[in-house]
Design a binder for this molecule. Sequence first.
Ligand code: DGL
Length: 274
Amino acid sequence: MIGILDSGVGGLSVLRHIRAQLPDVGLAYLADQAHVPYGTRSLAEIRQFSEGIVRFLLAQGSQIIVVACNTASAAALTHLRGVFPQTPIVGMEPAVKPAAAHTRTGKVGVLATAGTFESPRYASLMQRYAQNIEVLEDPCLGLVGLIEAGNVAGRETAVLLRTILSPMLAAGVDTLVLGCTHYPFVEPLITQIVAQSAHKPDPFTIIDPAPAVARQTRRVWQENHSTQAPCATNEVHLFTTGNAVQMAALTKQLLGETFQVETAVWQGDILIPA
Ligand code: DGL
């Protein structure tokens, strides 16, 4: 089984690609909706939550972990690999490297969270890959909350995205990095806003790293488990530390499929099934 975590429903944008890559493998997904959004929390706090969630996912039978959250990866990936040395852990980072290789105007937009932008991991990423390009960053304050509320196409979300994207497009950005796993769910809206812009670049590329993360997950899974039989079950187990009924409705809206959602409860630093 593969354990997947995020602060909320964002990681489902990664889960759908992992499922396509590894249809025979069971998945356990934990949405820490009691603490969403992670993006404005301290790195230390996110590290503590992530460790508790990984323990929970291992207790459910996960053999590898995917941190399907850029903010948690930025804050906690090194820490988690130190605490769980026996467990392969796949993380994420904003796709600055492919964006730098792709842009023709030399101008790249990165949409992530404040936590990701403030992390040493992001600074190192910029140092390595963004020397010869201009990067315009936006922490998209409020966007994760709107997506968690199911508002992926409404007016409020459109107004917020237009405010974020207009200066980027006016500056000549032709490549946009979705550096938060929640944001692929508003990609259709982004595409629409860009198409309506007076500064629409041609071509305009949006980079969602989820397919690449899913391919990496398949490689890591096969390296570690190729000699074992596939999981006895290929079920998808969804857990939330928030409201299970709301999460089930939101998952149906975002993935177009019905899943049962179970509740998990924080007791101090420990997460247990309800
Ligand atoms: N989905 C997350 C990410 O990829 C975190 C969003 C949040 O909770 O702020 O960064």
